[in-house]
Write a protein that binds this ligand. Structure first.
Ligand code: FAD
Ligand code: DHB
Length: 389
C-alpha cells in the first residue's frame, strides 16, 4: 500500500489530521491499535476551545457540537467556602463549548467513513521505519498477516504511550517532565449538573471539579491519592467526599445517582522536543501531556494538527518545505504556554504534600487576587478560552 501521509493513532489528533489533509486533497491512511468501540469508550476531555470547534467546522464535522454542545461564557472558582464567577466572554469576547471527547471522536469517525478514507483498526505491532530518509514506511500486522505502507510522511498521533516517540533515538530528543503527587478520580452520572457552569474548588481536603457533558449528564472529579484504586471508591463514598469539598449552595443543589463510569487519572506535565524527526512528526499527547486542570490536552492536539496540516498543504501545493521546517517551533510555542497554564492552575488548586500554612495562604491570596483583579481574571480567561493559533 502507498499513501502520502501514514497516521498512527485514531484519537482526536489522528482523526482530525486525517480530515484536514483530506480537505486539502492529501491522501492518508490511519493505523489504530484498538477497535473503534474501545476508542469511543474512553471518557476523557469535555471542554472545547473556539479554535477546536472551528476546526471541526472546517472539516464538516461540527454540526452536532453546535447542536448538542453547551456554550459557556464563564467559569467559577470556589475557595474559603464561597464561589466567584469569572466572566470569560466579558474579558475576551470568546466562549468555550462543553462537548465530550467521545462525541468529537464519533463525529470525526463518521466524517472519515463518509469520505471513504481508510482506517485500519486492530493493527498490531505498528512500527515507523526510515523516517530519516526520503522513503519512510510503516509496518503492521493485521489478522496475523504482516503489511507495509510506503509514504511521504509519518504522523505520530498515538498518544503518550505510543510507538512513534519511542522509535526516535534518545540522543535526538529532549524531554521535560513533572509528575504530580496525586491523581483525579472522575465519575460520570446521569444527573443534572450542580450549576450552569463549571466549578473549580480549592479545598483543604483536596481539589474538586464540577463539570458536565450535557444538562442531564454530570462529570465530577476529586483529587485522590496515587495509591487509590476505583474499587476503594464506591459511589456513596465518592459523593460524600465531593460534598465535603463543595460550598453550601453546591451541596444543596447536588443531585447524586449511580455512576456510569469511574476512573483514576495520574497527573503529569511532559514535553518532547522537537516535534519533527526527518519525515516523522509528533502531534497531540504523543508529544506532550498536561495535567487536566484547565482542559488543554485535546485542544492542544487540535492546534498541533492544524499547524501540521497547514505545513503539509504548503509542501504539496506550493512545493515549499518552509511549513514543515517550522512546524516544531510553531507548535511548541503554543504548547509551552498551555503547559505553563495547566501547571499554574494545578498548583493553585490542589493540595500538595507541602500545602500547609504558608503555601495554603499563598494559594488563597492568589485566588482572591484572581477574582478581584480585572487584569488577573482577564489573564486567566485568555488562557482558558484558548490562546490564538
Ligand atoms: P489519544 O486520545 O491518546 O489517542 C491516541 C490513539 O493512538 C489511541 O486511540 C491509541 O489507541 C492509539 N495508539 C497508541 N499506540 C498505538 C500504536 N502503537 N499503534 C497504533 N495506535 C496506537 N483535554 C482537553 O482538552 N479538555 C479536557 O476537558 C480534558 N479532560 C481530560 C480529562 C481526563 C480525565 C483525561 C485523562 C484527559 C483529559 N484531557 C482533556 C486530555 C485529552 O483527553 C487528551 O489530550 C487527548 O485525548 C489527546 O488526543 P490524542 O489524539 O493526541 O491522543
Ligand atoms: C473537564 C476536564 C477538565 O480537566 C477541565 O478542566 C474541565 C472539564 C471535563 O472532563 O469535563
Amino acid at each position: 500500500m502507498r499513501t502520502k501521509v501514514a497516521i498512527i493513532g485514531a484519537g482526536p489528533a489522528g482523526l482530525l489530521l486525517g480530515q484536514l489533509l483530506h480537505a486539502y486533497g492529501i491522501d492518508n491512511v490511519i493505523l489504530e491499535r484498538q477497535t473503534p468501540d474501545y476508542v469511543l469508550g474512553r471518557i476523557r476531555a469535555g471542554l472545547l476551545e473556539e479554535g477546536t470547534v472551528a476546526l471541526l467546522d472546517q472539516v464538516g464535522a461540527g454540526a452536532r457540537a453546535h447542536r448538542d454542545g453547551l456554550v459557556h461564557h464563564g467559569v467559577e472558582l470556589a475557595f474559603g467556602g464561597a464561589r466567584h464567577r469569572i466572566d470569560m466572554t466579558a474579558a475576551t469576547g470568546k466562549t468555550v463549548t462543553i462537548y465530550g471527547q467521545t462525541e468529537v471522536t464519533l463525529d470525526l469517525m463518521n466524517a472519515r467513513t463518509a469520505a471513504g478514507l481508510t482506517t485500519i483498526y486492530q493493527a498490531a505491532g505498528v512500527t515507523p521505519h526510515d523516517f530519516d530518509t526520503d522513503h519512510p514506511r510503516v509496518s503492521y500486522v493485521k489478522d496475523g498477516v504482516g503489511h507495509d505502507i510506503a509514504c511521504d510522511f509519518i504522523a505520530g498521533c498515538d498518544g503518550f504511550h505510543g510507538v512513534s516517540r519511542a522509535s526516535v533515538k534518545p540522543s535526538a530528543i529532549d524531554t521535560f517532565e513533572r509528575i504530580y503527587p496525586f491523581g483525579w478520580l472522575g465519575i460520570l452520572s446521569e444527573t443534572p449538573p450542580v450549576s450552569n457552569e463549571l466549578i473549580y474548588n480549592n479545598h483543604a481536603r483536596g481539589f474538586a471539579l464540577c463539570s458536565m457533558r450535557s444538562m442531564h449528564r454530570s462529570r465530577y472529579y476529586v483529587q485522590c491519592s496515587l495509591d487509590d484504586h476505583v474499587d476503594q471508591w464506591p459511589d456513596e463514598k465518592f459523593w460524600d467526599e465531593l460534598k465535603r469539598r463543595l460550598d453550601r449552595e453546591a451541596v444543596d443543589n447536588l443531585v447524586t445517582g449511580p455512576s456510569i463510569e469511574k476512573s483514576i487519572a495520574p497527573l503529569r506535565s511532559f514535553v518532547a522536543e522537537p516535534m519533527r524527526f526527518g519525515r516523522m512528526f509528533l502531534a497531540g499527547d504523543a508529544a506532550h501531556i498536561v495535567p487536566p486542570t484547565g482542559a488543554k490536552g485535546l485542544n492542544l492536539a487540535a492546534s498541533d494538527v492544524h499547524y501540521l496540516s497547514q505545513a503539509l498543504r504548503e509542501y504539496y501545493d506550493e512545493k515549499s518545505s518552509a511549513g514543515i521546517d517550522g512546524y516544531s517551533e510553531k507548535a511548541l510555542a503554543r504548547v509551552w504556554k498551555a503547559v505553563r497554564f495547566s501547571w499554574w492552575m494545578t498548583a493553585m488548586l490542589h493540595r500538595f504534600p507541602d500545602t500547609e500554612g504558608f503555601n495554603a495562604r499563598i494559594q488563597l491570596a492568589e485566588l482572591d487576587y484572581l477574582v478581584s483583579s480585572k487584569a488577573a481574571s482577564a489573564s486567566l480567561s485568555e488562557n482558558y478560552v484558548g490562546l490564538p493559533y
